[in-house]
Every structure is written in C-alpha cells, then in structure tokens.
Design a binder for this molecule. Structure first.
Ligand code: ADP
Ligand code: MG
Length: 404
C-alpha cells in the first residue's frame, strides 16, 4: 500500500511500459496513436494504432510521437500518455509520482517536454526523471549502491545507449542513432534492391527477428510484399545472408561504439565491468547473433539480460521503491519541477510548438540529435489537434503482464 501512488514509465521510441507500485507492469504497448482526422479525435492508441499504420485507412493518421527516445510531437505524446495512464489509474490519488526514463543525452528542453506531456491535462503528475542507462543497469541486475558500477548497452528502436554507470549515476554514455528501426529500414531497402520485393516495416522486423545476423535455423525466411515491377502481391524466400549483410553496418557500428566507450572508462571501473560483463538490454538485444558480435569486438564477456524489453521499466520500478524507502528523492533522480507560471501555461510546450528545440543548445551529443527537430502544432492551444477519450480499445489484462 505504501507505493500505491507511484508509477514508473519507460517511454520508448517503439514501446511504452508502465509499472504501478503494488501492481507491477500493467501496460506494455507500442508508442503510437491514431487520429481520426475527419473528426479530430483519437481513434486508437498503442497496439491498436500500430496495427493501422501499415494499412493506411482513409482519414486515419498514425503518429509515432517519439523520435530517438525524445518527444518529437508533444501534443500526440500527451494524448497518448493520457490514454495509457487512464487505463492504469485508480481512484483516490490526487497527484501520483511518476518516474520517467529519459536518454542520458536528452537536453533540458527535451527533459522538460516530457514533464509537460504529463501535466498538460487535468490529471497531473509529480514527475521525476531518471537517466535511462541507470534504470537499464538497475534492471539488468547491477547493484549500484556503494559506488559499484557496470556497463550496459540498451538497443531500443530509435537509439542504442551505451553507458558505464556507477553509484546510481552515469559515468560515460553515448547515444547512437542506429538501433532496431534502422535495422528494419536496412532490410526493407536490401529486399527491394536484391529481390525486387517491396515489404512493410512489419515484415522486415519479422525477417530481422527470424534471421538476425546468423541466418536463423533454416537459413532463409518467407516474406510477402509487392512486386516492385508489377505492383502485385508476391511471396519470396529471403536468404539469411541478405539480411545479415543488410544488418552488418548497424551491428558493426554498435560493436565499435561499445569498443570505443570501453576505452574511455576510468581505470577504477575496469574491474567492475569485467566482473559484471557487458549486459545487453532493450528489444534489439534479442537480435540473434548480436551478443556474440559485441563480445568479439569488446573482448569482454557479453550477456543478454533476462527479459530485455522490460529491463528499463523494471530498473525504474526498483529505483522508485528504493526512493520510497529512503528519505531522499531516490538514487540518481533528477528533479525538474515546473515553475508556478510554467505550470499554468507550460513554457516547454510553447517552446516546442515554436520549434525552439532546434535552436536551444543542450548537452545532447550530435550523434543523437533527432532527425527532424521541427515540431508541429499551434502554441496558443494545448492539445488542439485532437480530443482524447474516444479510443475504444480495451485495456490489456494486467494479470498477463504483471510480474509481481
Ligand atoms: P524502445 O525502448 O526504443 O521503445 P525497445 O527496447 O522496446 O525499444 O525495443 C524495440 C526494438 O526491438 C524494435 O526495433 C524491435 O524490432 C526490436 N526487437 C524486438 N524483439 C526483437 C527480436 N527478437 N530480435 C531483434 N529485434 C527485436
Ligand atoms: Mg528503451
């Protein structure tokens, strides 16, 4: 009962997970929202919205509101989070605590936009942020108390976060804009140019999961798409070598980033890293053959964490619980409270809508700058493009998701 008023949110580029104190992981959905543009209302969120994306129904616009781990469309993020959290919320708590994971290189403006997304609606949250690599390390099983450290690689959809952490803080981190989505894009391009077959992102993802860099059990997989010349549906056999070659530049970029980062860690952390091994988290960690490639490049034992897709939210949940037990805000937490004036009219939202993000300099490394920084939307109305509360999809039963 003590933790009932806290939630931990892993707001990923591809998947959003919500953990509620006392209940466990209650929501696990694609980070997507579908808008019915004819009536300006939310048609679906999460998996229901994601399913609509490839099929392109009339008057439906599917938005993936995060890009490279940061908010790219604030209105859509706020509407999506509102719909997700409405499913998880129970009565009685006026202003729950929300711990949200952010990429370690996120700028102050990007951080504030996440707080704004959770506070532009009537149901407000007391938001705290945690650097994602710290949450990933906690979820990966490192005990970071007493200055202990570890090395974690979180391969998500938009970015790969490579980080050394110690004592609940990031020691060194690098964000690489090559991860699951760029793997899918590379497969789409290779299948089109080598086999003359146009496949969807979803089909490419399936080829990636089945074949990986090793070619899978069979050495090939079937894919259905459109013939590039005749524009007619066609099925083809995709060789494992084709997919492995398409993935190679991305896998080798990830492996070299890990290698470079290892050369930059303080000597005092070396023993912790060797003993604890490199731990791979995020959905991309499941790519067949990836752990072996990283281990070869790094020369250090490399293991995939248990249940890598839930690693970050599990770690964030642990941090919430540790924070609740102690008197302080919790390990490695950052407070970025809104000023009173901002709370009434969120300045970050205004800045975002005006495209300030493109000109506000921050600590985010150039390698992880979002591809399209310009933000859409009008500055004077909050959530003006569409209304919320109409999505029909039913909540997923928490018993299927909860681990506790
Ligand atoms: P994010 O945190 O950015 O939302 P996730 O950690 O949820 O990302 O991982 C999503 C990515 O993992 C997607 O690009 C997805 O295609 C990829 N992925 C999921 N399962 C597998 C798998 N078995 N093999 C390879 N990649 C996978
Ligand atoms: Mg993630």
């Amino acid at each position: 009962m003590r933790f009932r008023s806290s939630v931990a949110i892993d707001l990923g580029t591809v998947n959003t997970l919500v953990w509620v104190a006392g209940r466990g992981i209650v929501l696990e959905e694609p980070t997507a929202i579908a808008i019915d543009t004819a009536v300006g209302k939310v048609a679906a969120v999460g998996a229901a919205a994601d399913t609509l994306a490839d099929k392109e129904p009339q008057d439906i616009e599917v938005i993936y509101p995060l890009r490279d781990g940061v908010v790219a469309d604030l209105e859509a993020t706020a509407a999506m989070l509102h719909a997700f959290l409405k499913r998880t919320r129970r009565f009685g708590v006026l202003r729950p605590n929300a711990l949200v994971c952010v990429p370690s290189g996120a700028t102050p403006v990007e951080r504030r936009s996440i707080i704004a997304a959770l506070n532009v609606r009537r149901s407000k949250y007391h938001v705290r942020l945690i650097d994602e690599p710290v949450a990933a390390a906690a979820g990966a099983g490192f005990d970071l108390t007493g200055g202990a450290g570890g090395f974690v690689v979180d391969i998500g959809g938009g970015t790969t976060e490579v980080a050394a952490v110690a004592g609940w803080r990031v020691v060194r981190a690098r964000s690489l804009r090559k991860a699951g989505n760029s793997m899918d894009d590379a497969i789409v391009a290779a299948v089109r140019s080598e086999l003359g077959l146009i496949i969807s992102q979803r089909a490419a993802r399936q080829l990636k999961i089945t074949l990986g860099v090793t070619g899978g059990a069979e050495g090939w997989a079937e894919a259905v798409g459109l013939d590039a010349a005749h524009r007619a549906p066609r099925t083809d056999y995709v060789p494992g070598g084709l997919v492995a070659a398409a993935l190679e530049p991305i896998v080798s970029a990830i492996a070299s980033t890990v290698h470079e980062m290892l050369s930059e860690i303080p000597a005092g952390l070396a023993e912790d890293v060797v003993r604890g091994k490199i731990r791979l988290a995020g959905g991309g960690a499941l790519l067949p053959g990836l752990a072996g490639r990283i281990e070869t490049a790094a020369g250090i034992g490399t293991v995939m964490v248990e249940d890598p897709l839930r690693c970050v939210v599990r770690g964030a949940a642990e941090i919430v619980e540790r924070g609740q037990k102690g008197r302080h805000a919790g390990p490695g937490l950052r407070e970025l409270a809104l000023l009173p004036a901002q709370a009434r009219f969120p300045l970050p939202l205004f800045c975002y809508s005006m495209g300030w993000r493109a000109i506000v300099s921050g600590s985010r490394p150039a390698s992880s700058q979002p591809a399209t920084p310009a933000i859409t939307g009008r500055p004077t109305r909050i959530i003006s493009r569409f209304q919320v509360g109409t999505e029909a999809s039913s909540p997923r039963p928490s018993s299927l998701l909860s681990k506790e």
